[in-house]
Design a protein around this ligand. Structure first.
Ligand code: IMP
Ligand code: MG
Length: 179
């Protein structure tokens, strides 16, 4: 393994991402017109994207967070999902929108959707910043997708590699030889 990873080119700029958050925010606002929405962000990766999205929702919203992971450190999934922080709001009878950074194998979200559905919400939908469909192992589709990415290990705008790079104001990727 290299001393330090090499960051590739910019896949999506801050401007691209914010423009897309605006488009999806408008769409979600139309879809939930007259309804209340609990927006649940997945810690830690979704926080930047969630903030952009929230600013574009013209709805009565409440926000909450959940922390679930199927990853250890590095880039390989363990397949086991652990919830280390659950939502604090009561979601019974409510519309829940899960805001995720990236859907890879789908393991984490499949588990989370089931976890929330057990509490009988009115609805559960998913808005993900990135979708990596080529790696999917579960039958899972997001309702709202920012961008599709190929099979690269992406970083930035909330996404990390061993907790680094979350603060980059754009989405890039690590050169495959370095990880
Ligand atoms: P899944 O359960 O395999 O869908 O993995 C979902 C989680 O793995 C995401 O929420 C991310 O935290 C992490 N993840 C998956 N792919 C990447 C990537 O390319 N870069 C950074 N994190 C990733
Ligand atoms: Mg995540």
């Amino acid at each position: 393994m290299a001393e330090k990873e090499t960051i590739g080119k910019i896949l999506f700029s801050e401007r691209d991402i914010q423009k897309r958050a605006k488009e999806l925010g408008k769409q979600i606002s139309r879809d939930y017109k007259g309804e209340e929405l609990i927006v649940v962000g997945t810690l830690k990766g979704a926080v930047l994207w969630m903030a952009d999205l929230l600013k574009n929702l013209e709805l009565d919203t409440a926000i909450d967070f959940v922390s679930a992971s199927s990853y250890g450190s590095g880039t390989m999934t363990s397949g086991v999902v652990k919830i280390s922080k659950d939502v604090s709001l009561d979601i019974y009878g409510k519309n829940v929108l899960i805001v995720e950074d990236i859907i890879d194998t789908g393991t984490t979200l499949k588990y989370l959707v089931r976890h929330f559905q057990d509490r009988n919400p009115k609805s559960v939908t998913i808005c993900t910043m990135l979708d990596k469909p080529s790696r999917r192992r579960e039958d899972l589709k997001a309702d709202y997708i920012g961008f599709e990415v190929e099979d690269l290990f992406v970083i930035g705008y909330g996404l990390d590699y061993d907790q680094k790079y979350r603060n980059l104001p754009y989405i890039s990727y690590l050169e495959p030889n370095d990880i």
